[in-house]
Design a protein around this ligand. Sequence first.
Ligand SMILES: [Fe+2]
Length: 250
Amino acid sequence: MNDWPEGFAQFPHDPRMAAWAGAARGLAEAALAAPGAAWRHGGTWFAGVNALPNGPDGGLPGHPLDGAVIRHLAVGGQAPRCWDRAQISAVAPGYPGRDPGESEAQHRFRRDRAGAHVDGLLPVGPARRRMLKEAHGFVLGLPLTEVTEGRSPMLAWAGSHRIIGEALTAALAGAPPERWPEIDLTEPYHAARREALATCRPVPMLGRPGEAYVIHRHTLHGIAPWADAPEGPPRIIAYFRPEIPFSAWA
Ligand SMILES: [Fe+2]
């Protein structure tokens, strides 16, 4: 993954991946329509973490998780031995709406900065101090519907993984990895995020089912606001975010 100077890689259409995505789409649409499905941000975002019932090999009945991106990860020693259930990320027309409990600043950051973040740095406590509570090896995005520029693609800030990685590796240095989840990273994280937003270019991760992208675990990313017609079906992407040991994160 260090051979990706921008901090992400995009993979062209692969029929093996398209077959998997077709099967996943049916299951995802059922999850979205299920009673009690939790839509947030004014009903415009469904963050179905671990909502896809894939097997530990990533496969769905009759459809193995396969394609150039999976083989690339395997050759690089990055494919996990056991795949988690994938996240089903759905975004509906009008994203981002605003929930009653959401502050104006939080809503603005989601609207104007795509809610740019690095996975695993979760807000802790009422003061929302950022701590490394989850260590993900990478984020693999698999479009289940066509994702165009106006349909809330993921934005990945090109080269941001270097800025974020350097800042957080420095902040964690000196402490053993088992203590990393307790270290307050708020200041270095916010400073590095500011620098990345100011100096890096957001690149939309577009694609149709069968295409794929992977972003480095330190790459700043978010969800672009919906810009297409304010009606119609949501766009749906499946994400795999395999966990790795904390010691391998920085
Ligand atoms: Fe994310």
